[in-house]
Design a protein around this ligand. Structure first.
Ligand code: FAD
Length: 535
């Protein structure tokens, strides 16, 4: 059982702002002198890692990062992600050779930890295993190798490294448009606001500015990437996209083993959980929910919502009626987890905390797209990485890991290209050649998983059949590993480097090409003959 590490919440000293850029005026008519060799759009995990790796390899390189949001001051919120072998390997490139100096102006991030891996371990929570449950019964389990960390914690650790490299980050700079012919990018400079942080009334005119890019512009601006959309608008690439197939909404509860107070309004007489709950294990509750313990000890139950879900699940109003419906819904998803996690234990009495349920209605609903780009190098000076290039759905478990890997690959290509040929024009195409097959294989994997979560009963049944047969073959020693074992699984540790997605998808195809048709046949002949209700 894991124990929560101390001090996962940390603060960073704010560095001096970077040299100001010239705002466009009628007078300079966009002919200012703003320029950079490398412009990175988006200070998420992939953008920050690329910036740090480039600076590590070449401290004199002119790299500027542009981010539409404010500089974060708290590094905890958002959602939990699991860093696996792929993501951890990419992050460890920061440690090799010239690591950034250890800073002493940081509190609570394990300042004594010198390597990125040590910091991640300190801030996050080790994931030892994953269990798949149906009706509160374990149907599959596997040992894993990973660290669960909040997405914003990861950004905080990378920001700390970026500050140590003195990388200029222009916060509140939102990319508006690209001039593909003149190799420049234009931004608005304004306080960030979204649905949760409404705009402050302000009569000042929005400032815009233009920056010319001499070497490369890197689109690391996430799922709804403006860089990608600008290139698509100018027909430099084509994009296929699919919705995740579900929306996700989180229910957060304090760790019941440490909770001492209760504000319950109702008495629940149901017995304690039959299934023991362990913070080192992540739980997949069929296609309905995902449960894990966050680094700070709170438990998160993320519910999958789809077009058939009841309206109350999308409501923002914690009315007593909605709270009661949610409670009932959680019991149908998992009696065991609902009793074990979403309850406070007071002596021998289990009482249900309505506030836990009420908070669900205040949490945002997440949704997004699975993205496949015809190229990751829409021009000879623009490259796409991370979610901008190959976004997948959260249930794929590879979003942040593939984003970090792309950052590592692009920075390596750029460094080698500079060193060997010194002609940067082919850099983006080299990167595309190296990364696109993998990005497309990742998309195929994401679409395959989408069928498990949001597919038809026949598709879900087919997959379960294959998983059970492959599990048996593994027990018999006839199959050494399935792709999942080589991603999040502990088996990934046996390899020096992460296995490319192309190889993983080839393995998946080889293992399932005959199992899948048999599974489908079984579904139609056995299940449908049996009751036929689920199709
Ligand atoms: C609910 C949820 C759960 C997830 N769970 C997992 C998980 O368990 N495992 C996993 O591997 N992955 C998970 N992911 C995916 C993971 O978070 C992403 O794959 C990862 O954050 C991608 O990193 P990125 O740097 O490419 O993009 P992002 O993290 O999206 O960062 C993009 C940055 O660009 C900025 N930006 C956007 N537009 C502009 C603009 N026009 N101008 C300037 N800046 C801009 C944004 O503000 C942001 O800071 C999850 C995602 C969500 C939403």
């Amino acid at each position: 059982m894991n124990t929560a590490a101390a001090g996962q919440r940390f603060t960073l000293k704010v560095p001096d702002p970077p040299p100001p850029l010239v705002i466009d005026t009628d007078h300079n008519n966009n002919t200012n002198n703003n320029s950079t060799s490398v412009a990175i759009i988006g200070a998420g995990p992939s953008g920050l890692l690329t910036a740090c790796l480039l600076k590590k390899q070449n401290p004199t390189l002119d790299v500027k990062v542009f981010e539409m949001r404010d500089r974060p001051t708290s590094f905890y919120g958002s959602f939990p992600v699991v860093l696996n072998k792929r993501g951890l390997t990419a992050l460890q490139h920061l440690d090799a050779a010239a690591a950034p100096p250890t800073r002493n102006n940081t509190t609570g991030n394990g300042a004594e930890a010198s390597t990125m891996l040590e910091k991640l371990r300190y801030c996050g929570r080790i994931v030892d295993g994953i269990e798949i449950l149906s009706q509160d019964k374990v149907v599959a389990m596997a040992d894993t190798y990973g660290i669960c960390i909040m997405r914003d914690q990861l950004v905080g650790l990378l920001l700390e490294a970026a500050d140590a490299f003195a990388i200029p980050i222009y916060w509140q700079h939102k990319l508006l448009a690209l001039d593909l012919d003149h190799r420049s990018a234009s931004f608005t400079q304004q306080p960030y606001h979204d649905a949760e942080t409404p705009a402050v009334e302000n009569n000042t005119k929005t400032k815009t500015l233009t920056v010319s890019v001499t070497q490369i512009l890197i689109g690391s601006d996430g799922n709804y990437s403006r860089v990608r959309r600008e290139c698509e608008k100018h027909k430099r690439l084509t994009v296929q996209d699919w919705s995740w197939g579900i929306s996700m909404r989180y229910l957060l509860a304090s760790d019941p083993t440490t909770t001492t107070t209760t504000n319950s309004t109702t008495q629940d007489t149901t017995p304690p959980p039959a299934h023991p709950i362990d913070g080192g294990i992540h739980y997949v509750l069929g296609s309905d929910a995902y449960v894990c313990q966050q680094p700070d000890g709170d438990w998160s139950m993320s519910l999958s919502l789809n077009e058939h879900s009841d309206d109350f699940l999308l409501s923002n109003d914690p009315t007593p009626d909605n709270v009661a419906k949610l409670k009932a819904f959680c019991h149908t998803v998992s009696h065991s987890f609902t009793n074990g996690l979403l309850s406070d234990t007071t002596g021998n009495t289990i009482t249900t905390t309505d506030e836990v349920y009420a908070s669900f209605f205040r949490n945002r609903v997440f949704n997004g797209s699975i993205i496949k780009c015809s190229t990751l190098a829409p021009t000879d000076w623009i490259a796409l990485i991370g979610d901008a290039a190959h976004a997948v759905a959260p249930f794929t478990g590879e979003g942040v890991n593939s984003a970090l890997e792309s950052a590592r690959i692009l920075s390596t290509v750029m460094t080698e290209d500079n060193r060997q040929h010194n002609h940067s024009r082919t850099t983006t195409h080299e990167y595309d050649m190296l990364r696109r097959p993998d990005a497309h294989a990742l998309c195929a994997y994401a679409l395959r998983n989408r069928k498990l979560v949001a597919g038809t009963p026949a598709q879900k049944c087919t997959n379960t059949f294959g998983t059970i047969v492959l599990g048996l073959l593994k027990k018999l020693g006839w199959v050494t590993a399935v792709p999942q074992d080589l991603m999040l699984g502990a088996k990934a540790q046996e390899y020096d480097q992460p296995i490319p997605y192309t190889q993983l998808m080839a393995l998946d195809h080889a293992q399932r090409w005959c199992l899948d048709p048999v599974g489908t046949c079984c579904f139609y002949t056995i299940c449908c003959t049996c009751c036929g209700r689920c199709n």
